[in-house]
Design a protein around this ligand. Sequence first.
Ligand code: HEC
Length: 251
Amino acid sequence: MNSRTMVKTVLMLFVLLQPPPTWAVERAEVEETARLLATLLESGRAVIERNQTLIDDPHQGEKGLTPELFEAELVREFRVKSGIDLTALPTAPVSLVIPPLAKELLPALVQAGREVVRDAQVVINQRGIGYKNFIPATWGSQASARFSKSSHVRLKQTALDARNPKNEPDEYEASVLKWLAARPRAEAYVSELTEEGKTLRVVMPIYYAKDCLACHGEPKGVLDISGYPREGHKEGDLAGAITVTAPLNNR
Ligand code: HEC
């Protein structure tokens, strides 16, 4: 090793051994929290999807899909998806795996999601009606809105040409969605600092599975059971995204 390489190596080590600056730690924590919030929303959507036949059963009154049962299923699903046990969260050690912000916000989203199921009990338990418009997307829209109202972090389901006008993408979301739509399926998510580093934006793509196509698939333009015109999508197309917008304080 010549002396210049030596100096470079020592410098490199010096840089690597420095504790990361506060803003970098904060960014990492907020990013991980955002990713976990999006995963939790996805988990809730999966729980509603799994109970869809029950919810849409016109013959059964009381369905037993109580807020308590929903929460238990949500916790189970989130554990499978993330490896994190929400019931152990209060005593879990704070780390980069479970940042302090996640400790505060994950229970808030569970609570919001549970309240949506509580408020929908009359609808869910109605006899004589099949399709009740209580589906993963409506649960997700309502849980996100409820959570975002009481938090400085905003959670949203969005799509290009959204059915629900409240889910319309903003300029940033639209640009990322267009970028994602032009690419093959991505398992990753997009995370970026915007507004000169003051805001972290995370966009987690959702893709259509076969089950979704009864409403979002062909024949294009023909109304689905929820009363919206079908979009003509195919399995594997980009459906939209779950997005998180979080302010960063230390910059
Ligand atoms: C029963 C019909 C139906 C099925 C099945 C369905 N959706 Fe939807 N989807 C809707 C409706 C209705 C909305 C608007 C919900 C609202 O009012 O917020 C929606 C909204 C959405 C949104 C939010 C953006 C928007 O358009 O407002 C996404 C993303 C989405 N659906 C993806 C999916 C995916 C992925 C699946 C399959 C896992 C799926 N949907 C299955 C009917 C359906």
